[in-house]
Design a protein around this ligand. Structure first.
Ligand code: SF4
Length: 370
């Protein structure tokens, strides 16, 4: 049976104006303080948008500040080495973002005079800039009337209009982009986009939306029909794969640790430095040696603990072992892809999070060696 309230809400142009007004008023009053909200510099906004992809605001803030201290302009970033850029990103994860940002900075410097382009297509042509990122940067920095769509905005739209559309699905995404563009306040597109994302992040939460505190509670169909739990439709999640690894912590008398560099062809964390590591299944348990060729020169002598870590669809469990070099020839490991490094130098290298966690875990235990 149709509820009379099906007919109110954002279908009516007057109500759309009301939604915009109520949302912006709420945003002006309640927005969280974030460093990138104090600037209209397109480069700063660009950096923040890239860092915020898949990452929480609180985690991003220190990286954002440090990154801009190190690379205060597109020109600084464009001429920095890959290694410096990756080091400053180290710990933030999803490193392809850093590589793309670096490549894009070189392009902006050479093709656009060091200024992020204002045209949508030119922005989309940059590495790492998709539709969401282009719209976010252009609307916030330049006031271009382009809507954004991320998980938060999709959830708000789905509930506001009781639309069974899912952002991970092509047809659903198309519908949601259209709705997002329709509802956008073209006079303040940057603020409106941020307000929608803010509402999704703080009020219109995935499990329990806080409708009582929502500025759109009188406009929202899902709330008025008491069906917020049904929107957005449940998604069938891809199952995480589990991966078991062994990591060897080897240190020499000078307190340097053996690190290896991941191949440039690696599908994730290419070029990063890490402890020697291999699949747990490759370990031959009787003699404690690994099964891989380079690791065959290491002998595992003592378990140090276990680290659990998640990367995209992988749930990784790493057994960390103290190890020694079997033939005592440390020089054998001084190659292009392996070296001995002290802790201070490791801090300046792009090192994997698992490696940083393992080194933090062993702490003072290195004095106990042999
Ligand atoms: S009223 Fe509730 S469900 Fe609707 S937009 Fe607000 S928080 Fe989300």
């Amino acid at each position: 049976m149709t509820n009379i309230r099906d007919h109110i809400g954002a279908d009516n142009p007057e109500d759309i104006a009301g939604v915009r007004r109520r949302l912006l008023r709420w945003y002006d009053r309640e927005q969280r303080d974030m460093p990138w909200r104090h600037t209209s510099d397109p480069y700063h906004i660009w950096v923040s948008e890239i860092m915020l992809q898949q990452t929480r605001v609180e985690a991003v803030i220190p990286y954002y500040k440090n990154f801009l201290r190190q690379f205060p302009s597109v020109a600084h970033l464009a001429r920095a080495s890959n290694e410096r850029v990756l080091t400053s990103w180290s710990g933030l994860g999803y490193y392809s973002r850093a590589r793309n940002l670096h490549r894009a900075a070189k392009r902006v410097q050479s093709d656009h005079g060091g200024v992020f382009p204002v045209e949508e297509q030119a922005a989309l042509d940059l590495p790492g800039v998709g539709r969401y990122t282009a719209s976010a940067i252009l609307s916030i920095a330049y006031g271009v009337p382009l809507a954004v769509l991320d998980g938060n905005v999709a959830r708000v739209l789905s509930r506001l209009r009781t639309v069974r559309a899912e952002v991970k699905n092509t047809a659903g995404r198309k519908t949601l982009w259209r709705l997002a563009q329709e509802i956008l306040d073209t006079r303040r597109p940057g603020d409106f986009n941020q307000a929608m994302m803010e509402l999704g992040a703080t009020i219109c939460l995935p499990g329990q939306p806080r409708c009582g505190s929502c500025p759109l509670r009188k406009d929202c169909r899902a709330h008025l029909q008491d069906v917020t739990g049904e929107y957005p439709p449940a998604r069938v999640r891809a199952r995480e794969k589990s991966l078991k690894l062994v990591a060897a912590v080897v240190w020499d008398r000078a307190g340097k640790y053996l690190l290896e560099r991941r191949p440039a062809s690696s599908s994730w964390l290419a070029g990063f430095w890490e402890l020697p590591m291999w699949p747990a299944a490759a370990q031959t348990s009787k003699n404690g040696h690994s099964g891989s060729s380079s690791k065959a020169r290491l002998k595992l002598v003592r378990p140090l603990g276990t680290i659990r870590h998640s990367i995209t669809q992988f749930r990784i469990e790493v057994e960390v072992w103290q190890a020694v070099v079997t033939n005592n020839k440390q020089a054998d490991f001084e190659t292009k892809s392996s070296k001995w490094v002290d802790l201070a130098a490791i801090k300046k290298l792009p090192a994997t999070t698992i490696t940083r966690k393992a080194l933090a875990m062993i702490g003072e235990r290195k004095e106990e060696q042999e």
